[in-house]
Design a protein around this ligand. Structure first.
Ligand code: HSE
Length: 437
């Protein structure tokens, strides 16, 4: 059978990795796919990239629509990122009857419902394994490997940059900004790194996972999103003293009232495997009713790890090119006409345990005032630390409390009342605590 010709949109970090892996592993890939896969055409604003990648014969263009509209190209691989141009290109490729592979989590999270509907109409595949957790095949695991299960919850470290920052702060005492600059230099961070540190990138990925896990439409806009920029080195140290690591987690949980879909810094007991996933590595822990816990771990960013997922999708598409569209695995794991209308819960409706850190005046009776407020809100305390001031005459001390599970709305009211006390200086720092058992 003649080789299949693919077009790459973008020859940057992931595009370059994809071209390299396809070339290096061509023989094995052909044995897997049943026919050769050739990168025939690429769109890039840096034409010298083709020869840098050892592909001087590659046709290149600065206009990505040239690739999308080329009749020889059967699969368009979108690796330029961003929302608007990428959306236009993908929709045009679908219109032209081409299959699409993309690593673009923002595109899928925001426009996936529309894109998948168009793809289904056109009988083509839009594959997006590389959009979540880099090289970890988590989409395939959820969509196919765990298809027997009612997924109850999942929790993931799904932003490599954020995990790298938290790990370096904890292990080496490095400053936030310095580690972020290194993550940018290593090619881990998004073009706008606030997407990493403020949790937007993780929220894109979580909304995709949640949709596939529970069979609901993509609802990125309803994801509660909180970043890691307020986490101080003190919080990292206090969490450790209490037996926890702080991780930037995406959590999706099915409850009787609806679905929790939230990204925020989270304290996890150190003894959990996922609490020990460090650096740029990602991990997703899934709890299914039949299988129990399964944990997926691997590189969450970088050229070849992400290319591993992109190329796997290309191979998958090649394998099913001749199957009837209705016999393919549905884009969002569940049949498109059977997606459920389950509400995504507001953050105030969730239940969580909490770590609270507050700066308080250093004199008798202060703690009693704080515990009175918590007691009146039925919030019970599991652990408590009061840091000795370095200087015995210091006027302010840190108080750290760990609470049992409580409704977030009730906790918000208690925090407001604590912050209003004259003896408390500034805002109360709050980190949600998850046991993940
Ligand atoms: N900026 C992303 C991360 C890249 O750090 O995880 C991979 O999606």
């Amino acid at each position: 059978m003649s080789p299949i010709k693919i077009g790459l949109l973008g020859l940057g970090t992931v595009g370059g990795g994809t071209a390299t892996v396809l070339k290096r592993n061509a023989d094995e890939i052909t044995r897997r796919a049943g026919r050769g896969i050739i990168v025939d055409y690429a769109a890039t604003l840096e034409p010298e990239r083709a020869s840098e990648l050892g592909m001087s014969d590659l046709r290149v263009t600065a206009d990505a629509f040239d690739v999308v509209n080329d009749p020889d190209i059967s699969i368009v691989v979108e690796l330029i990122g961003g929302y608007s141009l990428a959306k236009e290109l993908v929709l045009q490729a679908i219109e032209n009857g081409k299959h699409v592979v993309t690593a673009n989590k923002a595109l899928i999270a925001l426009h996936g419902n529309e894109i998948f509907a168009k793809a289904q109409e056109g009988g083509v595949i839009v594959a997006f394994e590389a959009a979540v957790a880099g090289g970890i095949p988590i989409i395939k695991a959820l969509r196919e490997g765990l298809a027997a299960n009612n997924i109850e919850w999942l929790a993931g470290i799904i932003n490599g940059t954020g995990n790298f920052i938290l790990t370096e702060m904890r292990d080496k005492g490095r400053a936030f900004d310095e580690v972020l600059a290194e993550a940018q230099a290593l090619g881990y961070a998004e073009a706008d790194p606030t997407f990493d540190v403020e949790g937007i990138d993780a929220a894109h990925k979580l909304s995709i996972l949640s949709s596939i896990a529970f069979g609901i439409p993509l609802q990125f806009e309803k994801t509660y999103t909180e970043g890691i920029s307020k986490i101080s080195r003190d919080d990292v140290i206090y969490a450790s003293e209490l037996g926890y690591h702080i991780k930037h987690l995406g959590i999706a949980r099915r409850t009787k009232a609806g679905i929790e879909q939230r990204v925020h810094p989270t304290m996890i007991p150190k003894k959990r495997l996922i609490a020990n996933v460090n650096g740029v590595m990602n991990a997703v822990l899934v709890n299914g009713d039949a299988v129990g816990h399964t944990l997926y771990y691997g590189a969450g960013a970088g050229d070849e790890p992400t290319a591993s997922a992109v190329v796997a999708d290309i191979i998958d598409v090649v394998r099913v090119l001749t199957t009837d569209p209705e016999n393919r695995v549905p884009h969002l794991a569940f049949q498109a006409d059977l997606l459920a209308d389950i509400p995504i819960l507001p953050i105030e409706a969730i239940e969580s345990a909490y770590y609270l850190r507050m700066c308080a005046e250093n004199h008798a009776g202060v703690l009693a005032e704080v515990t009175r407020i918590l007691g009146e809100s039925n919030i019970s305390i599991e652990a408590f630390i009061q840091k000795e001031p370095e200087n015995n005459h210091a006027e302010q001390v840190d108080i750290i409390l760990l609470t049992h599970k409580v409704n977030e709305g009730d906790m918000n009211i208690a925090i407001q009342q604590i912050e209003a006390l004259d003896v408390i200086c500034g805002e109360v720092m709050r980190i949600r605590v998850e046991s993940l058992d």
